[in-house]
Design a binder for this molecule. Structure first.
Ligand SMILES: NC(=O)c1ccc[n+]([C@@H]2O[C@H](COP(=O)([O-])OP(=O)(O)OC[C@H]3O[C@@H](n4cnc5c(N)ncnc54)[C@H](O)[C@@H]3O)[C@@H](O)[C@H]2O)c1
Length: 348
């Protein structure tokens, strides 16, 4: 286990951020930061300079490259919201400039690139955290609280069934569901279980009516630490009775079962009937909850830089979630059960 350390930035005012990537998600992030008292946007960078200029809030420096914008606006940190293929170069450049990075998922486009970035963050002594915004849903945090009172967990099952017509890159890429969506669910499973992946058997397939070129449906059985089985099923071409974007979950534990539909409150059925009374107080377990969605990610990043607390999504930790994705793909391609440690070892 690596002991994670990074440079902190003590202080109280808003963190000065340069946002790199002014595409769809970059603009969503810019709106979230403008609403937040925790950070200010002091620069916006995009290889498409017109997009950077158009997205920049009043007073922010915009343009390209990052080094030039950073020289002019003296940021505290970088938010990397570029397309996955650019995560390696943008995050490396930021770390070389001596700046900590909050990066959109995935950590990198490939596992070897991800390992390279984790090492670069270690060498730079800077924080590199990956934002997995779906981790911060209040219902997921409540589910985690409730299962903590159910004793040992044995089985976690997950269902994601939706039918979006995105157009664009998702409909032509390989492994669209596993690479672009399942990373959120795999990461949420690790959060719920406080467990890491050991091995996986996975099948990827494409129903005959699928409008995706790559396999849009996947079933995977993960062995997690402690012997827990995490059974993932998902599809991006399943119209009718769609699940929420946060999926359906079922946790089977020693002293009961909890379910969550990804939208409302979890439903818990303990064998002793005590749990509902203990958890009636909604606020009781919320100490330390950083807020929902992008606000939760941003709050964790700022809290980490100000106080030195290692945040969820710190790159060493997030590498385990990305490794689940690539181990699942390796299993689907080889038709064998795959060791996650072996996949990580091969990546460098
Ligand atoms: N968490 C979520 O729910 C969620 C949702 C959508 C996208 N994302 C993630 O956000 C990231 C961006 O996705 P998007 O949908 O905004 O993509 P996008 O294609 O709309 O935007 C990407 C932007 O990055 C810019 N760019 C590419 N290479 C660059 C480089 N080297 N330097 C500077 N700018 C560069 C492009 O010009 C473009 O404007 C991806 O990692 C994606 O996986 C996350």
């Amino acid at each position: 286990m690596v002991r994670v350390t990074f440079r902190t930035i003590p202080g109280e005012g808003p963190l000065r951020l340069v946002v790199v990537g002014a595409g769809e998600m970059g603009r969503t992030w810019l709106r979230a930061i403008v609403e937040s008292p925790l950070a200010d946007v002091v620069g916006v960078v995009d290889v498409n300079e017109a997009a950077a200029h158009a997205a920049a809030p009043a007073g922010a420096i915009s343009g390209t490259p990052l080094s030039e914008v950073a020289r002019r606006c003296a940021p505290d940190a970088v938010l990397d919201v570029t397309a996955p293929a650019a995560h390696l170069t943008v995050t490396l450049e930021a770390l070389e400039l001596g700046l900590p990075v909050l990066g959109e998922k995935p950590l990198a486009a490939t596992l070897p690139e991800a390992v390279k970035l984790v090492r670069a963050a270690e060498q730079a002594g800077e924080l590199f955290m990956v934002s997995q915004n779906r981790r911060f849903h209040p219902g997921l945090w409540r589910l985690k609280r409730e299962i903590s009172a159910l004793g040992r967990v044995g089985i976690l099952t997950h269902e994601f069934f939706r039918a979006p017509h995105f157009g664009g890159f998702r409909e032509v890429m390989d492994h669209p569901l596993v690479l672009d969506m399942a990373i959120h669910n795999f990461d949420a499973a690790r959060f719920l279980l406080d467990a890491d992946p050991v091995a996986v058997y996975c099948e990827e397939y494409n129903p005959p009516w699928s409008w995706y070129a790559g396999n849009a449906a996947t079933t995977a059985v993960f062995e997690m630490t402690g012997g827990i089985r995490f059974v993932y099923t998902g599809s991006w071409c399943s119209p009718g009775q769609e699940t929420s974007w946060n999926s359906n979950w079922r946790v089977s534990a020693e002293s009961g079962t909890a379910t969550w539909d990804g939208a409302g409150a979890p439903r818990t059925e303990p064998t002793d009937g005590q749990l509902h009374r203990e958890h009636d107080d909604e606020q009781a377990g919320d100490r330390g909850y950083p807020g929902d969605d992008l606000h939760g990610s941003l709050a964790m990043f700022v809290r980490a830089l100000r106080g030195g607390v290692v945040p969820m999504g710190e790159c060493h930790d997030n590498l385990q979630s990305l490794a689940m994705v690539h181990a699942a793909i390796a299993s689907a391609e080889s038709g064998t059960r795959v060791s996650v440690a072996e996949v990580l070892r091969t990546a460098g």
